[in-house]
Design a protein around this ligand. Structure first.
Ligand code: R5P
Length: 296
């Protein structure tokens, strides 16, 4: 059964690319706000007896959540047989513990909401840290794909003599693998988060690699503070101008502008639509979406 993709605003480009990478139809979904702030959702295509997938990157997740749930429920009411979610970037994976009394542990709550609305989900490199596997929080088939090999290919094609730099202990899992594929050395910094926009970073000695180009690799750039602090430390070491490559360019507020001042180049994957997208993950998503959409 051909999977019908219904893209949310901001995810049309990746939906088109996914559709070119496999057997898909693309339909139209209308989402807008009423003057009072409530959401209007309309499926502008026939979903009866179809297997469908809503395509929505979940950056800026709160305004998307209600329309997403309305769209999924409406598709079921109108006869869709399976309703999936392709979320190239999945939000609320970092609030995975209660650091202070009374805090919401948002990750499992968000996962329960999505698990109640969809039959399956596919995403790219969700922030799995204290949550080890998607099945720890999602009750539906929820697959996490890995963009590391695509990052490695981009670095190999674009940067001569790279030194990979992971900004924190969590990044070692993909920085080490990417460095091995590129055949480059890597170092991993230590990070202490002091607030939403305040981190302290300690970078190990890099003096052996002065002739290399530092490539800072991270999963998410949100406030950008993590990458900016690493850039500052690298600049003080007289190395070549650094490059940074990030899977999910969330780029809150002025983060992207600040990062382009600090790095020679900022490259992201197209999990969130942005002018810095250099790494295409659609070919990664297409086969998994077709398999999950078919119920196999
Ligand atoms: C954190 O654990 C992640 O891997 C990223 O390093 C973090 O989300 C980046 O956030 P920000 O850009 O706000 O420093």
């Amino acid at each position: 059964m051909t999977l019908l993709l219904l893209p949310f605003s901001g995810s049309q480009d990746i939906a088109e690319k996914i559709s070119s990478a496999g057997d898909f139809d693309v339909g139209e979904l209308e989402v807008r706000r009423f003057p009072d702030g409530e959401s209007y959702v309309r499926l502008r295509c026939d979903v009866s007896m179809r297997s469908i997938a809503i395509v929505s990157s979940m950056n800026n997740p709160d305004p998307k959540l209600a329309p997403l749930i309305f769209a999924a429920a409406t598709a079921r009411e109108l006869g869709a047989r399976r309703v999936g979610l392709i979320a190239p970037y999945l939000a609320y994976m970092r609030q995975d513990t209660r650091f202070r009394d009374g805090e919401a542990i948002s990750a499992p709550i968000f996962a329960r909401l999505l698990s109640g609305a969809f039959d399956w989900l596919v995403t790219v490199d969700p922030h799995l840290h204290r949550i080890g596997r998607m099945s720890d929080v999602y009750d539906i088939p929820a697959e996490a794909l890995h963009a590391g090999p695509l990052l490695a290919r981009w670095i190999g094609d674009s940067v001569t003599d790279p030194l990979l730099v992971g900004p924190d202990a969590e990044s070692e899992q993909w920085v080490g693998a990417v460095a091995n594929s590129v055949g480059a050395p890597y170092v991993v910094a230590q990070k202490r988060r002091l607030g939403d926009r305040h981190v302290e970073i300690q970078l190990p000695d890099t003096s052996r690699w002065k002739q290399r180009t530092p490539v800072v690799v991270d999963d998410i750039a949100s406030s950008g503070r993590t990458l900016l602090e690493v850039a500052k430390l690298l600049q003080g070491r007289g190395m070549r101008d650094a490059v940074c490559t990030v899977i999910h360019g969330v780029f809150a507020d002025q983060a992207f502008r600040e990062l382009t001042r600090a790095f020679r180049m900022v490259a992201t994957a197209n999990t969130i639509q942005h002018p810095s997208n250099n790494i295409d993950v659609s070919g990664l998503i297409a086969p998994t979406a077709m398999r999950l959409g078919s119920g196999a």
